[in-house]
Write a protein that binds this ligand. Structure first.
Ligand SMILES: *Cc1c(COP(=O)(O)O)cnc(C)c1O
Length: 320
């Protein structure tokens, strides 16, 4: 494995969800609590940042630059890592700035990040400009890609799969939200290394399955190479369901609302409107369809995102 900065609270616990299993008359449900990784409300990006922060320090960086949506969990955790290690942080954000700033966006500010708003189509150009500007200001910028999804960040989920095996957990299925693909790519590589025999099923948050499967396979191949493993992954090796995208990224529908409420009322597990609520809605639907066999164990990997529950734009619909 590659070196990392210890930032996250690891191992994250694995917990049973017996009330939800009974309610849905479904398989044995478990959850892995990566919503509890500890860095300013935690989430899956904290695992990626352990490796990215090590690389940033090696490169002598004093400024982190990354991009995301206005309520980005990735940007929140990146800003938190910067604060914790005494670096500056510049966030290039797209979407409508909430007034007043709430949820993750409040935390972006609170954690001391400098925020640049732009149009979604301009993100890459703005990132380049921010890097140039930082250099001409005499700083040492380190660019972290969207979602922290490159072979360095994906290492966080290679490690996470080794951690799951060390916890003695061998579920038949792992179900979780998949978007920029680093989590799923890391899991695939980690599964090879740990000998995990079950299925890794990403619920797409925003991408058509074909596209996401290609990008996950490509990133998994590059991640494996960076570890000196000569395995090649193809799109057929990547399981994705894209039936739950609904109105698109960050558009909460009735399925997410139901999932948010059921997970809270039956297990006191808080899932979010954008990522984990969508994956939870997919999981509920798959159970109702009889997708899983009786006697199987399904682990819902809770990737975080809970601060988005406090975004004003969702609150009225959640409580309706
Ligand atoms: C970023 C994020 C994901 C998706 O992870 P990727 O590695 O981008 O696929 C899932 N859940 C939450 C809460 C996230 O913030």
């Amino acid at each position: 494995m590659k070196p990392r900065l210890p930032i996250a609270h690891l191992p994250t616990p694995v917990e049973a969800l017996p009330r939800l299993s009974a309610l849905l008359n479904g398989p044995d449900l478990l959850t892995k609590r990566d919503d509890q990784t500890g860095l300013a409300f935690g989430g899956n990006k904290t695992r990626k940042l352990e490796y990215l922060m090590y690389a940033a320090q090696e490169a002598g960086a004093d400024t982190l630059i990354t991009a995301g949506a206005v309520q980005s969990n990735h940007c929140r955790q990146t800003a938190a890592a910067a604060a914790r290690f005494g670096m500056a942080c510049i966030l290039v954000l797209f979407g409508d700035p909430p007034n007043p700033p709430d949820a993750n966006h409040l935390l972006h500010h609170l954690l001391g990040a400098k925020v640049i708003f732009t149009d979604r189509s301009q993100v890459n150009q703005q990132l380049e400009e921010a890097v140039e500007q930082a250099r001409s200001d005499g700083r040492q910028p380190y660019l972290i890609p969207y979602g922290g999804s490159n072979p360095i960040g994906a290492m966080g989920y290679v490690q996470a799969m080794l951690e799951l095996a060390q916890q003695g957990m061998h579920p038949d299925w792992i179900v979780f939200p998949s978007s920029s693909g680093g989590t799923q790519a890391g899991m695939l590589v980690g599964a090879q290394m740990s000998g995990y025999q079950g299925q890794i099923l990403g619920i797409s948050v925003d991408e058509p399955a074909d596209k996401l499967r290609e990008s996950v396979a490509d990133l998994a191949t590059r991640t494996a190479r960076s570890l000196g493993e000569g395995v090649t992954f193809s799109a057929q090796d990547v399981l994705v369901k894209d039936e739950y995208i609904g109105g698109g990224y960050a558009v909460m529908g009735s399925a997410e609302v139901e999932a948010i409420r059921l997970f809270a009322e039956y297990e006191a597990l808080l899932v979010d409107p954008v990522y984990t609520g969508r994956a939870a809605a997919g999981l509920i639907d798959l159970i109702r369809q009889g997708f899983f066999k009786t006697g199987e164990t399904v682990l819902f990997w809770h990737t975080g995102g809970t601060p988005a529950l406090f975004a004003g734009k969702y609150q009225r619909e959640i409580l309706k």
